[in-house]
Design a protein around this ligand. Sequence first.
Ligand SMILES: Nc1ncnc2c1ncn2[C@@H]1O[C@H](COP(=O)(O)OP(=O)(O)OP(=O)(O)O)[C@@H](O)[C@H]1O
Length: 251
Amino acid sequence: MAEPILRLDGLRKRFGGLAVTDGVSLEVPPGEIHAVIGPNGAGKTTLIHQVSGTLRPDAGRVVFAGRDVTALSLARRARLGLARSFQVTSILPGFTALENAALAVQARSGSSFRFLRPAASEAALNQAAMDALERTGLADRAAVPAAALSHGERRQLELAIALAMQPRLLLLDEPLAGAGPEETERLVALLRGLKRRYAFLLVEHDMQAVFALADRISVLVYGRIVATGTPDAIRADPEVRAAYLGEDEAA
Ligand SMILES: Nc1ncnc2c1ncn2[C@@H]1O[C@H](COP(=O)(O)OP(=O)(O)OP(=O)(O)O)[C@@H](O)[C@H]1O
């Protein structure tokens, strides 16, 4: 396997007496969509929070692009290219799609645009923002205020905002939550198109989407990974079947 872009090494987090992540280790190579699935309360969101930097693990390490980022803040991790999308970005409804993406570009680039003349700086910002909108299929909605976008388009914009941060790996926590069948189809196609260019760590309840998108899947049960493998291997894994007994999702 290629040198991983993300390596989780024995992550542990307890809430009171409950070990919510109980020694989680996994590796995501560049360009992989790695999904984490598991029953409700398995610890998936808690795991994502530790990777993004929202929560500090009690033990274990988060290594991103060869660097131990366990002690770094969410913002520092984001600047290194470990970005999070969905359920966190606050889209500014009064601003257009392009302005929303441009703000993200500006946040990522810090002061670097200030060294350009104002006009050149604005053009460069808008170009980078437009690139992000193009990659998420929103180019023709650039001038539309975010408040006027459909639910699905707002999800696309959240993704564009994350891409404007020039990530190397994107954390996606339930990107399909609340999306209807058509929106789901569009977002799945969009994510599939972004695969290889970016790596993804994906938590998602829509099993059909997970099995269609993921290169590899890790199954989390009571804070422990019980299996990691390709969708076919996971489908056939007896422990996974046991974990989902009574649920037909992994069948
Ligand atoms: N801040 C907290 N304080 C105490 N307990 C917490 C906290 N956050 C999560 N938990 C508990 O940790 C367990 C795992 O929660 P988590 O949200 O990570 O699971 P999940 O796999 O994402 O669940 P779901 O699929 O339902 O979203 C749950 O029992 C939850 O009640």
